[in-house]
Structure formats: C-alpha cells, structure tokens
Design a protein around this ligand. Structure first.
Ligand SMILES: Nc1nc2c(ncn2[C@@H]2O[C@H](COP(=O)(O)OP(=O)(O)O)[C@@H](O)[C@H]2O)c(=O)[nH]1
Ligand SMILES: [Mg+2]
Length: 508
C-alpha cells in the first residue's frame, strides 16, 4: 500500500464516526455498562442507608455532655455529607454534557508543554482531513462557552496562559489541545479538568530536543488509572542541515535518521514504563512511542514525505489507540459515577467522617477510664466530708441508735449525691432510691469505740456500693454509642472495600 492509500484508510477510519447500527458487541457493552451503573448506584444506596440510621443520642447521657454533643455532630455531619454529595453530583452535569456533545466521537487529549508542537500537529491533521473532504471544525472556550470557528489553532503562540481549544475531525474524532492544568487561568482550571476527564485516550507530545519528560505524566495519572490508552509522540524530530544548491549554501530541514528516532522512541518507552510503574499504573496502557516531524512532512515534496516524517506510523499508532479509547468511551458514564463516588464520597468519608468517628471512639475510651478512676476519687472526697461529722453525731445520739443510723444515713446520702453531681453530672442518673445507702448498725455493740468503728465501716461500705453502682450505670450508658460507632466504622470499611472491588472490576 502506498503512503497516500495508507493515509486515506486512516482518515476514513478515524473520521468515520459510529453511525453504523449497533453491533452485538456494542449491545453487550451497553448491558455491561447498565449493570456497572446499577452496582455503583446500589453501593451508594447501601452506604447512605448506613449513614442514615446513625448515632442516635443515648438516653443515659445529658444532651449537654461533650460525648452527646460529639455524637450529635457526627449525626449532623452524616446528613450534611449526603446533601453535599447530591450537590456535587449535579455540579458534574456540565462535564457530562460536554461529553454528550461529542457522544458519537472519540475524544483524544493532545497533551504536552508549551511548544511541544500540539497546535501544529492538530492543524496538520486538520489539513489532511479537510483535503479528503472530511468536515473539520475548530473550537475554543471563551467565557466558559464553546465558540466554533474556521480558524486553525494558533501555532508558536507565546501567551503565558493557554486557551482551551480543540477540533472535530470528520465525524468520529475530537482532539483537545491542552498544555495541562498548570498553564491555564484559574477560571479555566475547572474546565480544563473536565476536558481532561472527558478524553477517551491520551496523546502525550514532547519535542525531540528533550523528549519524554516523564514528570509531565503526573498530571495524567488519574486518567491513566482509568486505563485510558497513552501514546507518546516525539515531535519536531528534524534538524537543519546546510546543503549546497547551485553553488550556494542553503539551510534545509531534514528528518532525523530512522536510527536516531528508534533510539529516542526506545528511551521514552523505557522511562514512561518506569514512571507508570512508579505511579502504580498498569503499563499495558502505554503504546509504543512514535517520532514525527510535522514540518518535514509539510516541507518535503513528494508522496514519501508522510512516511519519512513518521506520520504514517503515527496514523497506525492512533488507529491502535482508537480501540481502547472506544472501550473507555463505552464505560465512561460508569467511570464518571465511579469517580464521583471515589473522590467526593469516599474521599469525604476518609478525610472527614472517619477521623471524627475515631475521635469519638478515643473520647469514649478515655471517658470509660475516667469513670473507673472517679469511683475511688468520689469515695475519697465523700469520706473526707462525712467522717469529721461522725464524732459529733455519735455523742449526740449515742443512746438512740435508730436515730443515729438515720442521721448518718442522711449524711452519707447527701455526700454521695454531691459527689455524683460533681463527677457524673453529664449523665442521666437514676435517683438514689430511698432504701439506698442506709447505714445499719449491728444490734449489740460493746462500747463507743466499737460503735465508732462499726459506723465508719458501714459508711464506707455504703459509699463504695453507691459509687460502684453509679459508675456502672454511666459506663453502661456509653455502650450503645460505642457499639454504634463500631458498627458504623465496620460498615464504612466494608463500603470502602466494596468500592475498590467495583473500581477494579470496571477497569479490568
Ligand atoms: N522544527 C520543527 N518545529 C516545529 C514542528 N512542529 C512545531 N514546531 C514549532 O514549534 C513551536 C511550537 O509549536 P506549537 O504547535 O505552537 O506548540 P504547542 O505550544 O505545543 O501548541 C512553533 O514555533 C512551531 O513552528 C516540527 O515538526 N519541527
Ligand atoms: Mg498551542
């Protein structure tokens, strides 16, 4: 096949669009997409159900207790998050409709630094498509709106910030020309992001003077993780030579030699593979790099120009990118939803909700410890308060033991209540029953010393029992919160694993 026939075949194939009736392959793809979307939606429903019946405040805690407030804050956060997710999903609508504008087309991102030769290559391809009679439309973004024009893209432009631009080739292909996020204006950053996301395949251009600066791929990492195909293109693969024409020295543009191109391609291939591994990306997304010179293709006369300049190889390489790009395009709606679930939903859970749940668990554990320690502290304090009054009461009621018992009981109950108020104030404590903490003295006691000892003992026993019971009740009151927190964390863990599995299955 000669060069021109090769080109015609490529242009016809790439420009063709998918106007043909759906094949059984397409239908299988649609069915798969449908089931993937459904699984993602089910995941979201389950997640939200788990967040919808969350941390109810426990009846044993006063609403003013810090733990009750912490619990309430998490409850509120669960509600707020769900509202935010709904909002974020509708904010993605414009991105989805951008993709819908190009629904019948494969979108390739032409990515690379300033002067990488992106606009020149886009214009060159536009000329070739137009020469074949295929429709070509240029567009750029102005004030957030798409503006179409017949003007080719600006080449060698020296602006410091790029404009978002691209072109439709035939009915099947869209090229988006972007230098990447770092060189667009802040207003355009979100749109650039959406452009990047809407792409089905990635052409990564770098000049043969320093080809394959792999750190540039960092910006594409997310798209590469979605298994979008990546074709490195080494541009401007030419040099100026001096030739003698009719006895005069003239400067001529020459293609770099095939050997030189092969070396550069192999080098970019190796480094790109390393970079992808380092980013944890499946290297199968990487296509073999192709070295081209748009200027040589343009300046050299004759039919061999396309082949010599590497453009026929580029056509073949782009054709190979189209299949995986089509595959991506087919699952794109699921990818967009998955992305939302990963970034917005799971991202917020990891960054905002889980830390709060951990804080709450830590606070609960600390409070349990404080409760246990407060038992001894309350006993010490109540004891110190009550004991000095005993000798006086003993003197006063030595002959009326039942009255003495009643008086000491009243004293003990007052001290217990005061300690409970001071130390366990945030809890809803059962009122001390009337028979609680009753100081009962043995019937026969020999002498005042024995009576005093018996009183002291009875006071201690009653206080110990009362504080132990109260601490037990408080500790119990915390249990439902702890259980619910653990349950929610387990649910979230399970959801995180589920989403990972869904993502892996989608991209497999
Ligand atoms: N020698 C040479 N220069 C080229 C080639 N393609 C583009 N250029 C030049 O490289 C500069 C940047 O090209 P441009 O397409 O604007 O790059 P962009 O910034 O990536 O869009 C311009 O001066 C072009 O003329 C090529 O194949 N060979
Ligand atoms: Mg440009």
């Amino acid at each position: 096949m000669n060069a021109m026939a090769g080109e015609q075949q490529f242009l016809a194939h790439a420009g063709g669009g998918s106007a043909e009736p759906a094949t059984s392959n397409d239908q299988a793809g649609m069915a798969r997409l449908h089931s993937q979307l459904q699984q993602l939606q089910t995941w979201q429903t389950q997640l939200q159900q788990g967040l919808g019946s969350p941390l109810a405040p426990t009846p044993g805690l006063q609403p003013s207790h810090p733990l009750a407030q912490q619990t309430q804050a998490i409850h509120q956060q669960c509600q707020d998050l769900q509202a935010r997710w709904a909002q974020q999903w509708s904010a993605l609508q414009p991105a989805r409709s951008l993709a819908q504008d190009f629904e019948q087309r494969v979108i390739l991102l032409v990515f690379g630094k300033f002067n990488a030769g992106k606009s020149s290559l886009c214009n060159f391809l536009a000329e070739r498509f137009a020469a074949q009679g295929q429709p070509v439309r240029f567009f750029h973004l102005a004030d957030g709106a798409m503006v179409e024009s017949d003007e080719p893209l600006r080449e060698g432009a020296t602006e410091t910030t790029a404009r978002l631009q691209g072109l439709c080739l035939g009915n099947g292909l869209v090229l988006l020309d972007t230098p990447g996020l770092h060189s667009v204006t802040p207003e355009n950053a979100a749109l650039t992001q959406r452009f990047t996301e809407s792409a089905d395949g990635l052409l990564w251009l770098s000049s043969s003077t320093s080809p394959g600066q792999v750190q540039e791929l960092d910006e594409l990492a997310r798209e590469l993780r979605r298994n979008k195909p990546l074709l490195p293109v080494i541009t401007r693969s030419d040099l100026i030579e001096e030739d003698e024409v009719d006895g005069e020295i003239q400067k001529c543009l020459r293609n770099k030699t095939p050997a030189n191109r092969a070396l550069q391609e192999a080098d970019v291939q190796t480094r790109a593979q390393d970079k992808l591994r380092q980013l944890g990306i499946d290297v199968s997304v990487l296509k073999h790099p192709v070295s081209i010179s748009v200027h040589a293709a343009r300046s050299q006369p004759g039919p061999d120009a396309l082949a010599d300049a590497g453009l026929l190889r580029l056509y073949t390489a782009i054709t190979e990118v189209l299949a995986p790009a089509q595959a991506y395009k087919q699952r794109k709606p699921a990818e967009v939803l998955l992305h939302h679930l990963e970034e917005n939903v799971q991202g917020a859970i990891d960054a905002e909700l889980l830390p709060k749940l951990q804080d709450l668990q830590r606070a609960l554990a600390q409070e349990q410890e404080r409760l246990q320690q407060s038992k001894a502290a309350m006993l010490r304090a109540a004891w110190r308060q009550a004991i000095p009054a005993l000798p006086g009461l003993l003197e006063e009621y030595a002959d009326q033991l039942p009255v003495l018992s009643a008086e000491v009981t009243a004293l003990v109950r007052a001290e217990i209540s005061e300690q409970l108020r001071g130390n366990l104030g945030g809890y809803v404590l059962p009122v001390l029953p009337t028979e609680a903490a009753a100081v009962v003295l043995p019937a026969a006691i020999a002498g005042p010393d024995a009576l005093y000892a018996a009183l002291q003992n009875a006071v201690r026993v009653q206080m110990e029992a009362a504080f132990a019971a109260a601490v037990d009740a408080c500790s119990h009151a915390l249990e439902p919160v702890l259980l619910q927190t653990e349950k929610m964390r387990a649910h979230l863990r399970q959801c995180a694993q589920g989403l990972q599995a869904l993502g892996a299955a989608l991209r497999a």
